[in-house]
Unconditional design. Structure first.
Ligand SMILES: [Zn+2]
Length: 98
């Protein structure tokens, strides 16, 4: 039986770290994508609330069907990313009542 050298131990732990990094990558990419979506959404929301230099409000599209989300709906709940129809459908699918 051979005792690993310090170099081998370090190599081994570096390799383990790298392997962990790679397996971690997928979830990190997902996290980043989620973050990007949140930022993009926040920007959209900001544009929807504040007119641009031409005085125009951005039009928000439903994440699900791509139809325009009314400003009334955005004011009700700023997190809304779907139109009333899609949200109702989702709530029904998840069994929410209200
Ligand atoms: Zn929709």
């Amino acid at each position: 039986m051979t005792t690993p050298t310090i170099a081998e131990i370090i190599d081994g732990s570096l390799l383990a770290e790298r392997t962990a990094d790679v397996s971690d990558q997928a979830s990190r990419v997902e996290e980043e994508e989620a973050l990007h979506r949140r930022i993009a959404h926040a920007r959209k929301m900001k544009r929807a609330q504040e007119p641009d230099s031409d005085g125009n409000y951005a039009i928000l599209d439903c994440d699900d069907c791509g139809l325009e989300i009314g400003l009334d709906r955005i004011k009700v709940a700023i997190q809304n990313t779907t139109c009333v129809a899609c949200q109702t459908l989702k709530e029904r699918m998840h069994g929410y009542r209200g």
